[in-house]
Ligand binder design. Structure first.
Ligand SMILES: Nc1ncnc2c1ncn2[C@@H]1O[C@H](COP(=O)(O)OP(=O)(O)OP(=O)(O)O)[C@@H](O)[C@H]1O
Ligand SMILES: [Mg+2]
Length: 146
């Protein structure tokens, strides 16, 4: 039997936010492990800390206390460049507000991250790899109806 492989590990993680002089405990003392290939659902009341937790797991935010390990690496000890590389190459994150670039169309928004990632420096255009994917949402005939 293969050994359990932990991809994400949180140890006693808390995240405080500041509203003026008030400290808001957005997340309090969370410990968990997510296995490689695992599937996890986080549910809870509004304000219970789900987005705060996902921001920490997604290497977007850092904990106030405790440690977040992504594939064995302590996120607090990773450089900005390493965090950017992890976010670009290893993490997929769908934001509640989508965070699309408003001046780009649907194809361009889909193509933008891989264009930055793979194009040689200074080159920003590439063929529309997104056609097949975004076409599903653009009434190309492949989208389900009814
Ligand atoms: N930047 C911030 N400044 C101040 N308070 C914050 C900040 N971010 C989160 N909080 C507070 O931390 C708590 C957890 O917020 P969070 O957004 O993580 O909850 P949530 O479970 O994702 O809620 P929802 O289901 O509404 O999306 C809430 O009380 C929220 O008001
Ligand atoms: Mg949320």
């Amino acid at each position: 039997m293969s050994e359990r492989e932990i991809l994400v590990e949180l140890n006693g993680v808390s995240r405080d936010c500041h509203l003026g002089k008030t400290v808001v405990p957005a997340l309090v003392d969370v410990s968990l492990e997510i296995e490689r290939g695992g599937f996890l659902i986080v549910s809870g009341l509004s304000g219970s800390g789900k987005s705060t937790l996902l921001n920490l797991i997604g290497c977007i935010d850092q904990p106030t206390r405790g440690s977040v390990l992504f594939d064995g690496n302590d996120v607090a000890k990773m450089t900005d460049r390493e965090l950017s590389a992890s976010r670009a190459q290893r993490l997929g994150f769908i934001f509640e507000s989508f965070n699309l670039v408003p001046v780009l169309n649907a194809h361009e928004n889909v193509d933008y991250p891989p264009a930055i990632e793979k194009c040689p420096e200074g080159r920003t255009s590439r063929p529309h790899r997104s056609d097949a994917r975004s076409g599903r949402f653009a009434g190309s005939g492949s989208a389900p109806t009814g």
